[in-house]
Design a protein around this ligand. Structure first.
Ligand code: SAH
Length: 464
């Protein structure tokens, strides 16, 4: 998938300042779906073109857990077409430009420039060329769409659902990038990730200044948020408030803003950061991540050289494969990758490979064990492996009443075998301590509620 951006306003190479990417260099960046390369096929005073090339790894996508149906096939069009991956690439590689900042040439960032964006392949199903125009023309773009035949050698096979699209306008670089960020996934209508509340926030942030007045704002919002009614209504309420027309909706928008604030850093990220902080403060050098899953914590541990050996263990081979890919894509200094090992194993059996470590993390794992197996888990970890410190987290069931979408009595995840109240967790932790010679300190994780506590809970066990 290729996006090029061209300007003809001399000195055209100023585009390099605006994009924070030097026209003489080719640069590559690792992203979750593969690689992104930035280079300039032409860079003269009169005309400069920056190219953003997405190198999507379709096999990696197909192997991702909970891959949407489309991605579950090894052969799909995702590597070639403009899709939500382009938005991810824009925000990661042209993040400052998207935010409108250019420290060295601030005036330039404010200036509307003659720009042409060319998207090599745009999926345009169900005769959507007219929709393409309705999206971009109200924003002032001259739209040229060239449809490709299915096969150049077989015109009788008819047209393909793919276009090459050129968008020309006099706009600020940040505006062009925001328009592409929001509207390319809208056009494609196959977002690759699960749409959650933070997507509302992204839509509103990148749609600022233009989406509230766009004639297609309902369609754009509905498609961007994958038609999830509640999110779409919240976003539209806020857009209307943006317009300054409806005070009732403005109140709704305040509620939304509060929710957005809380969702900004996800609970899981906060949980992982709390666990990381405990491990860092403990002085541990050799650490275990038991039930490491896809390796989110491993990545954080890998980035901190004070951990000299990090071992992740999981029962799921598939999760370990994903963790390995993630680690291989994480940029680490020479020799650092060797500190991290992945083991296949079960937590409910004694495993000599886990003995002699300073600390172990067990993040959101025990609730996946059958209650009768908890005894064997405690024996294997606290009885045999016996790390100096164990940081263990599990959901707090009392908090479930606060999740609107969770029917009463249900667990948060289909594979959870139980979820404990704070009291149940404490009782289990204190039994473990007296049997195996540890002391435990329990804390809530996430924003706590005075009645039901935090959404998650953490116990830090220290060996006597
Ligand atoms: N700790 C990770 C993953 C949590 S999901 C994170 O916080 O992101 C729970 C993980 O526990 C899954 O990857 C699952 O495969 C693993 N798991 C479940 N039962 C296990 C067992 N008996 N032995 C080892 N791992 C197990």
């Amino acid at each position: 998938m290729l996006l090029t951006i061209t300007t003809t306003r001399p000195p055209a190479t100023d585009l390099g300042w605006l994009l924070h990417k030097h026209p003489d260099r080719t640069q590559s960046f690792d992203v979750t779906f593969g690689k992104v390369h930035v280079f300039y096929p032409e860079a003269s005073d009169g005309r400069c073109t920056a190219a953003l090339l997405l190198d999507v790894d379709p096999v990696g996508l197909a192997r991702r857990d909970r891959a949407p149906e489309l991605l579950a096939q090894y052969v799909n069009d995702r590597p070639y077409v403009a899709s939500s991956f382009l938005s991810v690439a824009i925000s990661q590689v042209f993040g400052s430009a998207l935010g409108g900042s250019c420290k060295l040439k601030p005036d330039l960032a404010e200036e509307p420039l003659p720009l042409v964006a060319r998207l090599a392949v745009v999926p345009c199903r169900r005769g959507a060329e007219a929709f393409l125009r309705r999206l971009f023309e109200p924003l002032g773009y001259a739209v040229t769409a060239t449809r490709h035949p299915l096969d150049d050698h077989h015109p009788e096979w008819g047209e393909s659902p793919y276009f090459t699209v050129e968008l020309a306008a006099r706009v600020r670089v940040a505006e062009l990038l925001s328009h592409l960020y929001v509207l390319v996934p809208v056009l494609d209508d196959e977002k690759h990730y699960w749409v959650a509340h933070d997507e509302v926030e992204k839509l509103l942030r990148h749609g600022e200044g233009w989406l509230a007045t766009h004639p297609e704002k309902e369609q754009i919002t509905a498609r961007y948020l994958k038609r999830q009614g509640k999110l779409v209504r919240s976003a539209l309420a806020e857009l209307v408030a943006d317009d300054g027309t409806d005070p009732d909706d403005a109140a709704a928008a305040n509620d939304l803003a509060e929710e957005r604030l809380e969702a900004r850093v996800s609970l899981h990220e906060r949980r992982l950061n709390s666990v990381l902080a405990v491990l860092q403060e403990s002085g541990a050098k050799r650490v275990l991540d038991l039930g490491c899953g896809e390796g989110k914590l491993l990545r954080l541990l890998a980035a901190d050289p004070r951990f000299t050996e990090v071992v992740g263990l999981d029962v799921s081979v598939r999760s370990l494969e994903i963790a390995k890919q993630r680690l291989d894509r994480t940029r680490l200094f020479d020799g650092q990758r060797e500190r991290i090992k992945l083991l296949h194993g079960a937590l409910t059996y004694r495993d000599a490979r886990l003995e002699g470590f300073d600390a172990a993390a067990v993040v959101e794992v025990i609730e996946h064990l059958d209650p009768p197996r908890l005894e064997a888990f405690a024996q294997a970890l606290f009885g045999c492996a016996r790390p100096g410190v164990v940081v263990l987290t599990t959901p707090n069931r009392e908090y479930n009443v606060k999740f609107e979408n969770l029917p009463a009595g249900k667990f948060r995840h289909a594979d959870h075998r139980f979820e404990w109240t704070r009291g149940e967790f404490e009782a289990w932790a204190s039994a473990v301590c007296s049997r195996y010679g540890y002391t435990a300190h329990l804390t809530p994780l996430g924003d706590t509620d005075p009645t039901v506590g935090g959404p998650s809970q953490m116990a830090v066990f220290r060996r006597h």
